[in-house]
Unconditional design. Structure first.
Lengths: 521, 189
């Protein structure tokens, strides 16, 4: 503990007294004329701006912040961001002249904060390096560059078939209990040592679920580079509404500023950020509640007319900046929960159309034991292909389509047993490749290991093996390669692509391991 | 079904004009603005009263009687106009009505009404001093609406046209409290 001396106290006191402002305060003042459901109608405030931060002062002197939403002829409709019950009719409201901002900076790493950037983890105050506006207009075309660097999720099914690039927006969609959050969390865990700052935004979830995610991240050492923004179900709807935007704002600090906290440029590169929004369906529900209580007209499924814009402006903030602007990136992994697999509902269709692809998780696959339960037929990554590692592209280029046709054939083959050789071969290969893509939780694989595993499958080296032995073979093969063929793995990692010599060597190594592999346990 | 916006504007203008004519005739325009502000404050402060005055099951006479008994002693023309609003279930317009009336009253008085809050009553010298200070700012003569509030502890609060200048001791202390409690210097991070 630091020693406190009399001179230190004197210095601190002088510093604080110097910062006292004795000027007379002049501000615009309004009055709360009605309050309820977290919504306040305010008389006055003629100069109030849309989205402006308002300061509500209760009769007991407590200050609660609010967000100006409806600017009407004679009054302002605002949502309260804090203790709703502290504010009563006739309480004073002041404009602040600024929009909602959140603190950000390196001190936030490893912390759990609320959407206003206040710590929730009891680890003391956070020294902010800077503030970012919660609502921020996404950069334009000139500032951007196409997505070209990969985000490795560590999940073979995703990295091989639905690759994600830095700056991409890839939707994770599926029913409840299909492993959506797991993909997000596993991806965060896999970013260790990959120069990526991760932000996990929990919206409308149970506090216990958030606590367990934080605990998982801590256990895997992922909190060192992660910030958790939590707006649990018990938080007011406005806080849940701004949570993803606050998460994006916290992340933007790192991409628009270099390591030294100064604005990013060609000489001072910006950082890479991964934002998981878990989940946007609940944010839409919170926004619907806010809009209905603000008496905005309901549209389809009672959502307000601008719910599309709510999500599009958030996800548009995902960016890969050009080198001139520091080359930082914000990758967005929004999560959407569907009801009974209905992707044609309002919010899922909106977010599908906004994002650069989707990872679709299906409950029947999940219960068949295919985990992650990715339906490769309708999952797609529209821009990630150009960010995929070359070697992976070489071995898994046609994998997604092959597996989709395998699934089709598999359904068809159930009707008869007389199948020609080519069809039988396709079924054999498909079954083994499908098995190869199974992966447990927290068992992320490096990209070169994924390439080796898929190469073995796609070259037919697993075809004569029982399906039940595939996963054991994969694990053994990776171990064998790292122990006995470390130089080959290293070359594969360095080169990033497979040439003929490397292919031959790889085939040989796999055959060697296969010769020693015992099928039956 | 909500009323046409233009129609509502005309209704408010009618209420305002009627009250202005009546108060100008009796020379109580300034007092009427203060009484309307007080009425507005009471109606906002007591949601139960507001609900009762909007209650469809209560007949118009009952609503008017409630208003009469609560605001006994108020200017009869103010009470009458607000009673008509209550009869017609239009008390929801009271905020706009009060604001519009104040604007029109200021026009009629050719002055700006400034709310002054102090701990002790103002004397004439202070009144003149405040007026002299404010008149060049607004370019009009100033009418002071005085309030006594011991909770501000000292100093003065001036308010007009939705803006407020707070030079009270309570505010200065509050600002000091915020600075001292939120700033951190030294210590462990």
């Amino acid at each position: 503990m630091a020693e406190i001396t009399a001179s230190a106290i004197d210095e601190v006191l002088r510093k604080q007294l110097d910062s006292l402002d004795t000027s007379v305060e002049s501000r615009e003042v309004g009055t709360v004329i009605q309050i309820g459901d977290g919504i306040a109608r305010v008389d006055g405030l003629k100069d109030c701006m849309a989205g402006e931060l308002l300061e509500f002062v209760s009769s007991e002197g407590k200050t609660v912040y609010g967000l100006a939403q409806n600017l009407e002829e004679e009054e302002v409709g605002a949502v309260l961001l804090g203790d709703v019950n502290a504010i009563k009719e006739n309480d004073e409201v002041h404009t602040t002249g600024r929009i909602v901002e959140v603190p950000s900076g390196k001190a936030m790493l490893g912390r759990v904060v609320n959407p206003l950037g206040m710590p929730l983890d009891g680890k003391g105050p956070i020294e902010a390096e800077g503030y970012r506006p919660v609502e921020f207009k996404a950069p334009g075309i000139i500032e951007r560059t196409p997505v070209h660097e990969p985000v490795q999720t560590g999940l073979i099914a995703i990295d091989a078939m639905i690759p994600i690039g830095r700056g991409q927006r890839e939707l994770i969609i599926g029913d409840r209990q299909t492993g959506k959050t797991s993909i997000g969390v596993d991806t965060i865990i896999n970013q260790k040592g990959k120069d990526m700052i991760c932000i996990y935004v929990a919206i409308g979830q149970k506090a216990s679920t958030v606590a367990s995610v934080v605990e998982t991240l801590q256990r895997h050492g992922a909190m060192d580079y992660t910030i958790v923004v939590s707006a649990p179900a018990s938080d007011a709807a406005p806080l849940q509404y701004i949570a993803p935007m606050a998460g994006a704002a916290i992340g933007e600090f790192f991409i628009y500023n270099g390591e030294d906290g100064k604005p990013a440029s060609a000489m001072n590169p910006g950082r890479h950020v991964l934002c998981v929004y878990d989940d946007l369906s609940k944010q839409a529900v919170a926004y619907r509640q806010m809009s209905l209580t603000l008496h905005r007209p309901p549209g389809r499924e009672a959502y307000p007319g601008d719910v599309f814009y709510l999500h599009s402006r958030l996800l548009e903030r995902a960016v890969k900046l050009s080198d001139k602007n520091g080359g930082g990136s914000l990758t967005a992994l929004p999560i959407i929960e569907t009801q009974d697999g209905d992707v044609a509902a309002y919010i899922p269709t909106n977010v599908i159309s906004i994002t650069d692809g989707q990872i679709y998780l299906q409950s029947d696959l999940f219960f068949q034991g295919q985990r992650p339960a990715v339906n490769v037929g309708i999952s797609v990554s529209r821009v990630g292909g150009s960010a995929q590692v070359k070697s992976m592209k070489q071995v898994a280029g046609t994998l997604r389509l092959d597996l989709a046709s395998y699934r089709e054939l598999q359904a068809f083959a159930q009707f008869g047993s007389d199948l020609d050789k080519a069809t039988q071969d396709q079924l054999t290969r498909g079954a083994r490749m499908t098995e190869l893509l199974k992966q447990g939780r927290f068992a992320s694989m490096e990209v070169e290991d994924q390439v080796i595993a898929i190469y073995a499958g796609s070259q037919g080296l697993l075809d004569d093996m029982p399906v039940s032995a595939v996963l054991r073979f994969r694990a053994g093969l990776i171990d064998y390669m790292h122990t006995n063929k470390a130089d080959l793995v290293a070359r594969l990692r360095e080169k990033g692509k497979l040439d003929d010599a490397l292919r031959d060597e790889l085939t040989e190594a796999i055959k060697q391991y296969k010769a020693s592999f015992v099928y039956e346990e | 079904m909500p009323k046409n916006r233009l129609l509502v504007n005309r209704e408010i203008a009618t209420y305002v004009q009627v009250l202005l004519d009546a108060t100008q005739a009796s020379g109580t325009t300034f007092e009427a603005t203060s009484q309307l502000k007080e009425m507005q404050h009471v109606l906002v402060e007591h949601p139960a009263l507001r609900d009762a005055l909007r209650d469809e099951t209560l007949d118009a006479d009952a609503r008017v009687n409630i208003l009469g008994s609560i605001f006994e002693g108020f200017d009869p023309s103010v009470l009458k106009v607000v009673s008509v609003m209550a009869e017609r279930h239009e008390l929801g317009l009271i905020h706009r009505f009060v604001n519009e009336f104040q604007a029109k009253a200021e026009e009629a008085l050719d002055a700006v009404i400034v709310d002054v809050t102090t701990v002790v009553e103002l004397d004439d010298a202070l009144r003149t001093q405040i007026k002299n200070k404010l008149e060049p700012q607004f370019g009009k003569s100033i009418v002071l609406r005085e309030h006594i509030d011991p909770s501000i502890m000292g100093g003065i609060i001036l308010g007009a046209h939705g803006k407020r200048i707070d030079a009270s001791v309570a505010k200065q202390l509050e600002k000091t409290r915020v600075v001292l409690s939120s700033q951190r210097s030294g210590g462990e991070r």
